[in-house]
Ligand binder design. Structure first.
Ligand SMILES: Cc1cc2nc3c(=O)[nH]c(=O)nc-3n(C[C@H](O)[C@H](O)[C@H](O)COP(=O)(O)O)c2cc1C
Length: 201
């Protein structure tokens, strides 16, 4: 492959969409990973997503974002990600509300996040959806099945406990580690399985 294009490919951004489900800490943890690794990231947020972030984090999303990350509003139809011609390495919707999940599953494209997810599906780019709700009714489950069949990864915000989390951040790290695994990005957010097996009882 031509090196020039490989370099361009390397700078293709990842997209993080933040919606109004609980769990801003997951998004914050992923943003910190991209910042620490100097990887290009585009951030999208719904109106409610920004409000829930501020409620849970105690600071606005705008203030919390590193300056290297561009933030697009949900009705910014001129954002580059709204077009299928723009390449992105993958999109993560995290946390994902049941409303946004339903809209993506049914191809509504009524805001920038729904449209961008639709582009990812039609262009066959990776789309990882991290839903948060409990309990789930049949429509939630049907929508997740729909999306799985379309090629999206449904990666529920379900932290495990076998890495012996010490605090909330450790719990969030577990979910974000699984997201990074699916994006093929290396991390040390949680101990590897081998390291865990060697943890003293
Ligand atoms: C503090 C707070 C927490 C919420 N948590 C969830 C949640 O975990 N899951 C969910 O599906 N909706 C949750 N909601 C409701 C969504 O924000 C609401 O359905 C909204 O319309 C989602 O819009 P969006 O998908 O455009 O962000 C929450 C709302 C608030 C105010």
């Amino acid at each position: 492959m031509n090196n020039k294009f490989q370099t361009l490919d390397d700078r293709q951004p990842y997209i993080l969409a933040i919606t109004g489900a609980s769990g801003a800490i997951y998004a914050k943890t992923l943003i910190a990973y991209f910042y620490q690794h100097n990887l290009p990231l585009i951030c999208l947020a719904t109106r409610v997503g920004k409000k829930v972030w501020e409620w849970e984090m105690g600071v606005s999303l705008e203030k919390a974002l590193p300056t290297s990350v561009s933030l697009y509003e949900e009705d910014d139809w001129w954002a580059p990600v709204a077009s299928g011609s723009v390449k992105a390495k993958g999109m993560v919707v995290m946390p994902c509300s049941m409303g946004t999940l339903a809209a993506i599953a049914h191809g509504l494209s009524r805001n920038l996040i729904q449209r961008t997810a639709d582009v990812m599906l039609k262009e066959r780019h990776p789309l990882i959806i991290v839903p948060r709700e409990t309990p789930l009714h049949a429509m939630h489950l049907e929508n997740m099945l729909f999306l799985t069949r379309l090629g999206a990864i449904i990666l529920p915000a379900m932290p495990a406990f076998y890495h012996r989390p010490k605090d909330i951040q450790d719990l969030a790290n577990f979910v974000v580690a699984r997201v990074l695994d699916h994006l093929g990005l290396p991390h040390t957010l949680i101990p590897s399985w081998k390291e865990m097996a060697n943890i003293e009882a």
